[in-house]
Design a protein around this ligand. Structure first.
Ligand SMILES: *[C@@H]1O[C@H](CO)[C@@H](O)[C@H](O)[C@H]1NC(C)=O
Ligand SMILES: *[C@@H]1O[C@H](CO)[C@@H](O)[C@H](O)[C@H]1NC(C)=O
Ligand SMILES: *[C@@H]1O[C@H](CO)[C@@H](O)[C@H](O)[C@H]1NC(C)=O
Length: 414
């Protein structure tokens, strides 16, 4: 299976400060230890990178609203971020100097189409054309993420963003603009970043924009939301939006542009905490909930059986035509991997349940390294190389013909 990887910027900087990627060994490896189609790269997301939030016609995204409402524990905002809107040329030069082979960035929907639908912002168009041209000029493969959590605020105001099926149409139109304007130079399109994290963070525990949740499931205090149903509805609309955009690409652009459209999944691996059958089952159930929630619909046209059983009618069902739209609507899987969990069985709660309760596992601790005696590491910020390997193996066994792109990995800072 072709695999390319995006190391985190942090790791890249370590590598590049030690030596050049192509020449001298780094941590005992050289470029020639990897196949040619294994591509080294790095990734950013628009809100975390661009800054210039009120410049050249960009309208606010839900993250502008969220950060300015003081919802980040460190009070940070993306107002300036890495100032990529102004400094992208320097950054591409750094990438070239580092011998980076690929770069994934995301498009700010509210910069490109400030009203959410309709008129394209010429300045937004110019910025992304410039970034892409600069990458092409430097021989760096361009990977575009269409939506990295930051949908236009105006669509959240109008119909609740991902909670409404209306977004499927608007997202498809946004994707159409991107395919049409950038597709001559972009072959790798990922539609949506981490639908699971986005659905849970935004609508179950409330820690991501637009910060919706309901008692007792919120991590923060939310004034609106319904944690028991909204994450499922949001993810459902994301899957439909992805599939609709993929269909459009295949019908209208693929013959000429010859690119591929995939979706990204957050991919923590799960190890059973003990060797008991119930814990081994719990670890499998976790994988069904993490990967299966997003990927199984593309394979079979429906959610995993255990999710349908445990969530019941709170999990939307696919109509026949939706099922046909979704099945097979994926050319590759992008994964983000930061850590692995030890899990054990948790009896299904009889009362009100959200997604995590439906999963009926306890997530005990992260696995930073192989267990030594009884010691289980407690930090969730350690990377687990073996877990990443197991994820790749699991995906290639479960969805055998799909290429995999590791779009983010390394040590997470949360
Ligand atoms: C964030 O802002 C609030 C309100 O102004 C303040 O109480 C808090 O100390 C700030 N936190 C940090 C980490 O700066
Ligand atoms: C959430 O939605 C469910 C199903 O419609 C409903 O029974 C429940 O009362 C709602 N909860 C809240 C907090 O609105
Ligand atoms: C989804 O994302 C969260 C991070 O917010 C992660 O801990 C979890 O393992 C992922 N998968 C599931 C099934 O929640």
């Amino acid at each position: 299976m072709p695999a390319i990887t995006f190391f985190s910027l942090l790791l890249l900087f370590l590598l590049s400060s030690a030596s050049h990627l192509l020449a001298d060994p780094v941590l005992g490896f050289t470029r020639s230890d990897f196949p040619r189609n294994f591509v080294f790269g790095a990734a950013t997301s628009a809100y975390q990178y661009e800054g210039a939030v009120a410049e050249d016609g960009r309208s606010p995204s839900i993250w502008d609203t969220f950060t300015h409402a003081g919802k980040m524990t460190d009070n940070s905002t993306g107002d300036v971020a890495a100032d990529g809107y102004h400094k992208y040329k320097d950054d591409v030069k750094l990438m070239a100097d580092t011998n980076l082979e690929a770069y994934r960035f995301s498009i700010s929907w509210s910069r490109l189409i400030p009203s959410g639908r309709g008129a394209v912002n010429p300045k937004g168009l110019e910025y992304y054309n410039n970034v892409i041209d600069e990458l092409v000029k430097n021989g760096i493969q361009v990977h575009v993420m269409l939506s990295h959590l930051d949908i236009p605020q105006i669509l959240d105001d109008e119909y609740g963003g991902w909670l409404s099926p209306t977004i499927v149409e608007d997202f498809t139109e946004f994707a159409d603009v991107c395919f049409r304007e950038f597709g001559d130079r972009v072959s790798y399109w990922t539609t949506i970043d981490e639908p699971n994290v986005s659905a849970l963070g935004s609508y179950d525990n409330g820690i991501f924009a637009p910060g919706r949740c309901s008692d007792p499931f919120g991590i923060t205090k939310c004034t609106v939301g319904n944690s028991t149903i909204e994450p499922y509805i949001a993810a459902h609309n994301m899957i439909l939006a992805h599939s609709s955009a993929t269909r459009l690409y295949r019908e209208k652009y693929r013959a000429a542009q010859k690119g591929a459209v995939g979706i990204n999944v957050y991919s923590s691996w799960s190890y059973p905490l003990t060797n008991s059958n119930v814990d081994i089952e719990a670890a499998k159930r976790y994988l069904d909930f993490v990967f299966g929630w997003i990927l199984e619909p593309f394979a079979s046209g429906d959610y995993p059986e255990v999710m349908r059983t445990n969530a019941g009618t709170r999990l939307p069902s696919f109509t026949k035509s939706q099922s046909q739209l979704v099945k097979g609507a994926i050319d590759f899987v992008g994964i983000n991997h930061y850590y692995s969990m030890y899990v054990n069985d948790r009896p299904l709660d009889k009362g009100t349940r959200d997604y995590s309760a439906d999963m009926s596992v306890y997530q005990r601790a992260s696995r930073a390294k192989p267990p030594s005696g009884k010691q289980v590491p407690s930090s969730s910020s350690r990377s687990d190389p073996e877990g990443l390997q197991l994820v790749l193996q699991y995906l290639s066994e479960s969805y055998s013909d799909l290429p995999i792109y590791i779009q983010e990995n390394g040590k997470s800072n949360i």
